[in-house]
Design a protein around this ligand. Structure first.
Ligand SMILES: *Cc1c(COP(=O)(O)O)cnc(C)c1O
Length: 427
């Protein structure tokens, strides 16, 4: 019998009380590959992408997956084969795109701190656009392009100063954070860019934050950006594309973000109403394409009852799942084998083995568990593996990609020796 689909995770379900990823039994994956283990659903990635594609049907639009959300090569292959470009934030990410067979012409390069070496590497590779975040960066990019006898295609990231109503660490479009150029300076900086011989102005971009669950901040940002497009084009600078960034949220815990298709229907209406519906559109979604396409499976090591709190100690930790420690983020935690419905549960703080009090995965979770059971940490497809570390000399977890009834290993578990292979002993 199929029991209730987990909210936000249509490609993960219980069948006869056993958790499945698409048509694969998760407990079998954990037994054969060990834990902690990331399990991704390819269908979940493609259906998240399809929602954007439906929204953009009939439009000149390019979806550039913001790969910092999950940059594993096989994940990049899934999106590259589906026609996506990539939003990168380092030359390392550019090399990942190339290794995964992605189209470098569909790469846009974001970030406030590109080095000259990274600029040269991206110029020589022939990427589609540099999303420049400061006036100083424009000058350096122009110099580097001229030295290579090239012209760098540029867009300037403008800061629309709207509140995305999300966690302050992942809010990026307000005055007072490090990203983009201020709205009031944008026209002057565009005129400066247009005067530089090494640059070719091709677009404008913004990105207001992450895990945004409301439409209004997007509509407000679009208005602010279109005001600038009007002013910049009135000054004689043509913008071939408008890039609205990423940031759409997912359902972690009763969150109700709009469907990408619904969001874009409203945004395109505004774009049409203001006369810019014919422009090439770009977007940079990350989390919304992969976040709910992945889970992290972990084994319960010990139960530790306490006077004030009970602890459930699992073998996944903050080095595998950094979001709770970093942003007080919530991940649902569910059993891989569901107990019959009426059993009693106990509230636990679910924690990892790392020697930090910040190493918690969930507070006050009602669970019926015993040592040796598997738990699935949900919504673990975005900003988990890509932010993972080797803290406490813990090797990174293995990753599997499920497609239908088969699962493929896409990253082998890292050994301790792997983690110190590049270190050099004193003579
Ligand atoms: C991180 C980032 C994104 C993706 O954000 P999500 O919230 O994962 O969609 C897009 N554009 C830029 C410039 C970013 O830094």
């Amino acid at each position: 019998m199929n029991s209730p689909i987990l909210p936000g995770h249509p490609h993960f379900s219980y069948r006869d009380n056993a958790l499945f990823a698409e048509d694969v039994r998760v407990s079998e994956l954990a037994r054969s590959h060990g834990t902690p283990l990331f399990v991704y659903s390819k269908a979940a990635m493609l259906s998240a992408l399809a929602s954007y594609q439906r929204g953009f049907a009939g439009r000149d639009a390019q979806i550039c997956y913001a790969m910092k959300a999950n940059s594993s090569l096989a994940v990049l292959q899934v999106f590259a084969r589906a026609g996506c470009g990539f939003d990168i934030v380092s030359s390392g990410e550019l090399e990942r795109v190339q290794a995964a067979g992605g189209d470098v012409k569909k790469v846009i390069f974001s970030g406030v701190g590109k080095t000259r070496a990274e600029m040269r590497q991206a110029l020589l590779a022939g990427i589609g656009c540099f999303n420049v975040e400061s006036e100083a960066e424009l000058d350096v990019l122009s110099q580097e392009a001229l030295a290579l006898k090239l012209r760098a295609p540029v867009s300037i990231r403008v800061n629309p100063n709207v509140d995305p109503k999300t966690h302050p660490y992942i809010s990026t479009g307000l005055k007072g954070n490090k990203f983009g150029v201020a709205h009031e300076d944008a026209l002057r900086i565009y005129q400066h860019a247009a005067s530089l011989a090494g640059l070719q102005v091709v677009g404008i971009d913004c990105h207001i934050g992450s895990q945004i669950t409301e439409v209004t901040p997007y509509l407000d940002a679009m208005d602010r950006v279109l005001d600038l497009v009007a002013a910049i084009e009135a000054a004689g600078i043509t913008l071939a594309h408008i890039d609205f960034g990423g940031g759409l949220g997912i359902n972690y815990n009763n969150d109700t973000p709009p469907e990408a298709e619904v969001l874009w229907r409203q945004l395109l209406e505004k774009l049409d109403a203001r006369g810019y519906g014919g422009k090439k559109l770009m977007i940079e979604p990350g989390r919304s394409l992969v976040g709910n396409a992945g889970i992290c499976v972990s084994e319960v090591l010990y139960l530790k009852p306490g006077e004030q709190k009970n602890f459930c100690i699992i073998d996944a930790a903050m080095n595998d799942l950094p979001r709770p420690a970093m942003y007080q983020a919530f991940h649902a935690i569910v059993p891989v084998s569901l107990a019959p419905s009426q059993v009693e549960t106990t509230p636990y703080d679910v924690v990892g083995p790392v020697c930090e009090s910040g190493d918690w995965i969930g507070h006050d979770r009602n669970l019926n568990v015993a040592a040796g059971d598997y738990l699935a940490v949900m919504s673990a497809g975005a900003y988990c593996m890509s932010m993972s570390s080797n803290y406490n000399t813990r090797g990174r977890a293995a990753e599997l990609l499920v497609e239908g009834d088969s699962a493929q290993l896409i990253r082998a578990r890292e050994s301790a020796a792997d983690t110190f292979r590049d270190e050099v002993l004193l003579p």
